[in-house]
Design a protein around this ligand. Structure first.
Ligand SMILES: Cc1ncc(COP(=O)(O)O)c(C=O)c1O
Length: 385
């Protein structure tokens, strides 16, 4: 392979670009994971993560990807044969439901239009119709569709209702990109991965656990060993982990948390919202269609763009990769070939986004996808506003 000058544009909806500061923080010698220095690091990380999850309760870190956090969540809080509720929000909601099925849970999958955010009414109607439901699985930001659901409304409504079901939230692509308040919104488990808004390489999974969920974990009887929360809580209190932790990713996490604190979470969210708005402006000006049916539910982390009938989104992505060295997200599941996804989360600025959209516009031209060449200019208007 010949050398490609300039930097690769990694504009996937995760993994996202790892900032230099994080990479440098990770290039340090390994230390004793039971030593004093490490114990202090553990305490700082748990405190820093609590601020990002907006919780005063338990936070647990695993050397895993987001899928590991799905499994950890189910295995800790549920009992054999428990009924759980899931909606057809998209590819990742489906994978989580499949994980639950593999655990022998009784998964009730409700149909849902993947182009719309899950509503509080839909969640409450399903709960009202079935008092056997022990947990509701909701993906805050369905990365495959670029649609965000109103987890706040669902959390508040469930809290106010008589329902005992736990609310389990996948925040893999929303945490640190979109506001999320684990305690205030009444979420029972919020889970995430390191490779998206947290700007780390893949390899860490994190969960925030409410007191109610922690209590449920003491009574749950699904087989759980490596993921067992009680082991983590006990070890973490002493600054250690119940296994050999991923030391270097933890170094990186400390730096990423410092960066988020320096920028300020509210500013981080505003930046993501502005980049998402600029991207939508580009999509509209190209004359293409956003997969998210309603702009108010369109994700701040990623935009899924439909290509016109008769065109292949993956062929377009390939042209963009070959000619401009930029990776965009593929369509997943039923929208394979029909959408491409522009990731605009994590460590990026206005110029990164402008370059990304310019790459897409040039790709549309080269791949012969009908469009109006006005997208970049429309996005710049938003970025300059
Ligand atoms: C919303 C969502 N949930 C879960 C996952 C699965 O995470 P991982 O691929 O890290 O296992 C992803 C991955 O992109 C995701 O976007």
């Amino acid at each position: 392979m010949s050398y490609k000058s300039g930097r690769h544009f990694l504009q996937l909806p995760g993994p996202t670009n790892t900032p230099e500061r994080v990479l440098r923080a990770m290039s340090k010698p390994t230390i004793d994971h039971r030593g004093a220095e490490f114990k202090e690091l553990t305490h700082r990380l748990l405190e820093g993560l609590s601020a990002v999850f907006k919780t005063e309760h338990t936070v647990i870190i695993y050397p895993a990807s987001g899928s590991g956090a799905w499994e950890a969540t189910l295995a800790n809080v549920l009992n054999k044969g428990d009924r759980v509720l899931s909606f057809q929000q998209g590819f990742f909601a489906g994978k989580w439901a499949e994980t639950a099925t593999r655990f022998g849970l009784d998964v009730r999958v409700e149909s849902w239009d993947p182009r719309r955010g899950l509503t509080v009414d839909a969640a409450m109607d399903a709960l009202d119709s079935d008092h056997e439901i022990k947990a509701v699985l909701v993906v805050h930001n369905e990365t495959s569709t670029g649609v965000t659901s109103d987890v706040e409304a669902i959390g508040r409504a469930m809290k106010e209702s008589e329902h005992e079901a736990l609310l389990l939230v996948d925040a893999v692509s929303s945490l640190a990109a979109t506001d999320l308040r684990h305690d205030e919104w009444g979420l029972d488990v919020t889970l995430t991965g390191s490779q998206k808004g947290l700007m780390l390489p893949p390899g860490l999974a994190m969960v925030a656990v409410s007191p109610r969920a922690l209590d449920a974990s003491r009574r749950a009887d699904l087989p759980v060993s490596y993921w067992r929360w009680s082991d983590h809580v006990e070890s973490n209190a002493n600054g250690v982990f119940p296994y050999t932790p991923a030391t270097h990713l933890l170094y990186g996490l400390e730096e990423a948390l410092a960066m988020l604190a320096e920028e300020g979470l509210d500013r981080v969210f505003r930046r993501h919202a502005r980049f998402a708005e600029a991207t939508r402006a580009a999509v509209g000006a190209w004359g293409l269609e956003n997969f998210a049916a309603d702009a108010s539910e369109s994700s701040n982390a990623a935009t899924a763009v439909l290509v016109p009938e008769g065109h292949d989104a993956d062929a377009l992505r390939q042209v963009i990769l070959d000619r401009f060295d930029m990776s965009l997200g593929t369509g997943l599941g039923p929208v394979k070939g029909k959408v491409f996804r522009i990731g605009h989360l994590g460590d990026l600025n206005a110029l990164t986004l402008a370059g990304t959209l310019a790459g897409v516009e040039m790709g549309l031209r080269l791949a012969g996808v009908p469009h109006s060449p006005a997208g970049v200019s429309a996005a710049l208007d938003v970025l300059c506003a």
